[in-house]
Design a protein around this ligand. Sequence first.
Ligand code: COA
Length: 376
Amino acid sequence: MQMTSKPVISATGLFTPAETITNEELVESFNRFVALHNEQHADEIAAGDLEPLAPSSVEFIEKASGIKSRHVLSKEPILNPEVMEPRLPERGNDKPSYMTEIGVKAAMQALEKAGRDPADVDAVLCAASNMERAYPAMAIEIQQALGIDGFAFDMNVACSSATFGIQTAADYVRAGNAKSVLVVSPEITSGHLNWRDRDSHFIFGDVATAVLVEDEAVAPAAHWDILGTKLKTVFSNNIRNNFGFLNRASPDGIGKKDKLFVQEGRKVFKEVVPMVATMIMEEAERLEIEPTALRRMWLHQANQGMNRLIAQRVLGHEASEDESPTVLDTYANTSSAGSIIAFNLNSDDLVAGDTGVICSFGAGYSAGTVFVRKTA
Ligand code: COA
């Protein structure tokens, strides 16, 4: 009789770009752009035909979001008030793509931590909120760069891509289709952020994470049992990006505001907090875990206020930094990578038997929970 394989998390990896942009640097550059814009359009503004742009502020950003700084792949053009985009030079087909380059670094770290030879990995999922090209899949390029014999594909569920990737990987292991699956999330969010938009210019940062999901039979002794995963999607236009292959040639296509990240931040806040808190509690009940006894919550890192409220509803009290760690102060919102960074940087101190939840939420709406327990 064939036993069902049990998926676990063997290790995680993180690549952090060297360059950072502080709120002070960001606001200084944004406000120079605002001054230039208002100067260039002084006549229209004076005639009442155009609203002047309003400046940004460091205090607002920190108070509204908790973000203090972010890592980026290409700082200089982002801060140039006449550019305000990453402008990463296009690479030829003989060079690794940017997502592969940073994804491989995170993946190598996860593989090293697990003592895993890439030749023993069966599948690679590139789970991220944007892909650098349509095809071939980024995941297949990552697979080739790592020397993995097997299969690979891309998946995009916006900020929930990594948790959806973990459940997909876990299902492959359960079904016996793979014993070792890498879920890689290279998030170059600086490329889809509108750095000229006051409401959101501070939100995102770049990073790459990797999660190695394996059959317990081949995993290292010290790993994280996956107790259960739950995914949920509910359609909403409140976080949207209309860039796509059907509008690339339209005269007002590229460069138009809606071809980058746009959101109704307040609605997102109000609608997503109860959805996610309820989802975590219902899943905990299904898994017979007392939510108030969760040792740690590694939440999606979009907004400190959202995380505070979600953690409070689940734990029944205001969460300490130890119970619900923050990385968005230094990383900002890194889309699907956020909860994985939080887990990667804040899980070594837990002891065998400790139970926690990795949780993502974002555009779609989409939300995912992965309940885990440390083994050793
Ligand atoms: N600098 C200074 N003031 C700013 C500003 C900036 N950069 N951006 C907006 N403001 C002003 C607005 O003009 C507004 O002024 P008013 O009250 O005089 O009209 C005020 O600050 C509040 O703006 P609002 O957009 O309503 O802010 P908010 O408190 O809702 O915070 C978010 C904005 C985005 C941080 C917040 O809604 C949020 O985090 N939402 C969660 C969604 C999220 O993070 N999604 C990411 C994808 S998962």
